[in-house]
Write a protein that binds this ligand. Structure first.
Ligand SMILES: Cc1cc2nc3c(=O)[nH]c(=O)nc-3n(C[C@H](O)[C@H](O)[C@H](O)COP(=O)(O)OP(=O)(O)OC[C@H]3O[C@@H](n4cnc5c(N)ncnc54)[C@H](O)[C@@H]3O)c2cc1C
Length: 446
């Protein structure tokens, strides 16, 4: 049973069951030590929790659903600040096409509210169980990112309680430095209390063409082409294994695979479904393997069967050293064969590449400066606990991506050694440090 104590007006959950659920995250690779869970139910209770931490020199670790993979949402000798109960959806403004909601709201609840107005957030993640605040603190990539960029590029405004306890509204034009520091900022400068997000009008149906490529170059060129096309709404790329075998190498026998590449190209429509001869006419794919028609509102839940399968098979509770990295199409085309050859086949296939527009980014959300950026992601369903060989390879792959100019997406597994923040922020590193010092001078959110 949940046990709570009250200290200085702050309710702290301290029973073993609750605490053990917050000692790690989805990655299951980092174990923390939480002193208790503070779960505010209102903005007043949240302010009180920040004041409590300040007065007593304590640390708070913001947490939504805890879907990070390197301990980013795990308290280390501090309190877990569980934000899931601050979850009121305030309103949809159909004129400005925006929705205002509190940070603990799940994306699935945002979807349920906006579809009744024929709209959706400009970008949705593939998993809709995570919280608005958690996703805004990491970035937010989805199949419409080719047009709209990451979710953080579609934030109209934010209400923040900073580490020094101030309640501040910010946007691109008001308190912009805080806006830039909080979006993608892992909760290090302030807690997102609520936000207003831009919406887009949707059409009732979507037709998705599933294309297969036997040429990496053709696949990459088509992604770049489709990334710029106004004719399509959704774009996701994949790397699939086909023939597999075992070959002799100087270090012994090794599995190998022949890789193929896939694209899912989605076009929304109201009455007349788009013809392949229109949408696919300039592409150089090998085969059109499937065409799927469904309601757009169902399409947003298309990954749900995968997550259910991971739960049913036990994969959900194993380790997830996920790597997502922003990288230019040109650089990825050069290093992808090497990466695919390095990856143990036990990690499975379906590695993803999603085009991401790089306009309107918050200043501290790091993407490479080149054109045609993809988010390349290795997201194994599970890696067995203790499989250190796979972790070794993934660390090497990470280095290959970074050496090619990649920038990591910060919710993923950041490796066993200290992450190189200076390299990540490069010329913005001093600004990042200054923002943390300014908005969280007592380091309660570190
Ligand atoms: C199955 C699965 C599918 C995913 N799919 C996608 C996807 O399609 N696209 C994508 O971009 N990402 C995806 N992710 C990654 C996901 O975006 C991040 O892990 C995100 O952090 C999850 O939100 P959360 O509510 O679990 O936040 P948490 O993991 O709990 O927190 C994330 C970070 O934000 C901080 N934080 C949490 N709430 C707040 C707040 N209110 N204010 C300030 N800081 C806060 C935490 O301290 C932490 O640093 C996926 C992850 C999983 C496990």
């Amino acid at each position: 049973m949940e046990q709570q104590i009250s200290v200085e007006g702050v309710n702290i959950i301290q029973d073993y069951g609750s605490i053990s659920s917050a000692t790690t995250d989805f990655g299951n690779l980092v174990t923390g030590k939480t002193l208790g869970i503070i779960q505010p139910r209102s903005i007043e209770e949240l302010s009180l929790a920040i004041q409590f931490a300040k007065d007593n020199h304590l640390r708070l670790k913001a947490r939504g659903k805890g879907y990070t993979q390197s301990g980013q949402s795990v308290a280390q000798d501090g309190f877990t600040l569980d934000l899931t109960q601050i979850n009121h959806i305030c309103e949809v403004d159909t004129e400005s096409q925006t929705i205002t909601s509190e940070a603990g709201t799940k994306w699935q609840d945002i979807v349920a509210t906006t579809v009744t107005h024929g709209m959706l957030p400009c970008v949705l993640p593939l998993n809709l169980e995570q919280t608005v605040g958690g996703l805004l603190s990491t970035g937010g990539i989805g199949s419409t990112s080719k047009t709209y960029g990451p979710v953080v590029a579609n934030v109209v405004d934010l209400n923040i309680i900073t580490g020094n306890g101030e309640y501040i509204q910010c946007s691109r034009t008001q308190n912009r430095e805080l806006y830039n520091a909080v979006l993608g900022g892992l909760g290090r400068c302030g807690i997102i209390v609520s936000t207003t997000l831009a919406l887009r009008t949707i059409k009732k149906y979507i037709r998705t063409f599933h294309l297969l490529y036997d040429s990496l170059d053709a696949w990459m060129n088509d992604q770049v082409l489709l990334g710029k096309s106004n004719q399509i709404d959704h774009l996701e790329g994949f790397c699939w294994t086909s023939a597999k075998g075992i070959r002799n190498t100087i270090s012994g026998k090794r599995f190998f695979a022949h890789w193929l590449y896939g694209l899912q190209v989605g076009v929304e429509y109201n009455s007349t479904a788009p013809y392949p001869s229109d949408v696919l006419k300039d592409l150089n794919y090998w085969q059109l393997v499937h065409t799927e028609d469904e309601e757009t509102v169902n399409h947003v839940f298309r990954y749900q069967p995968r997550f259910e399968m991971m739960r049913a098979s036990g994969a959900w509770n194993q380790t997830h050293p996920w790597i997502e990295c922003f990288i230019s199409a040109k650089a990825l085309a050069e290093i992808l064969p090497e990466i695919l050859d390095m990856l143990p086949l036990s990690l499975g296939d379906g590695h993803k590449a999603i085009m991401v527009a790089s306009e309107n980014l918050p200043d501290l959300f790091m993407m490479p400066p080149e054109d045609n950026i993809l988010c390349f992601a290795i997201l194994p369903m599970a890696v067995a606990t203790g499989d250190t060989k796979s972790l070794d390879v993934l660390e090497e792959v990470n280095q290959v991506l970074l050496d090619a100019g990649g920038k990591r997406y910060l919710s993923g597994w950041l490796g066993r050694l200290d992450f190189n923040w200076q390299q990540h922020y490069s010329k913005h590193y001093d600004t990042w440090e200054t923002m943390k010092q300014k908005y969280d001078p007592d380091h309660i959110l570190s």
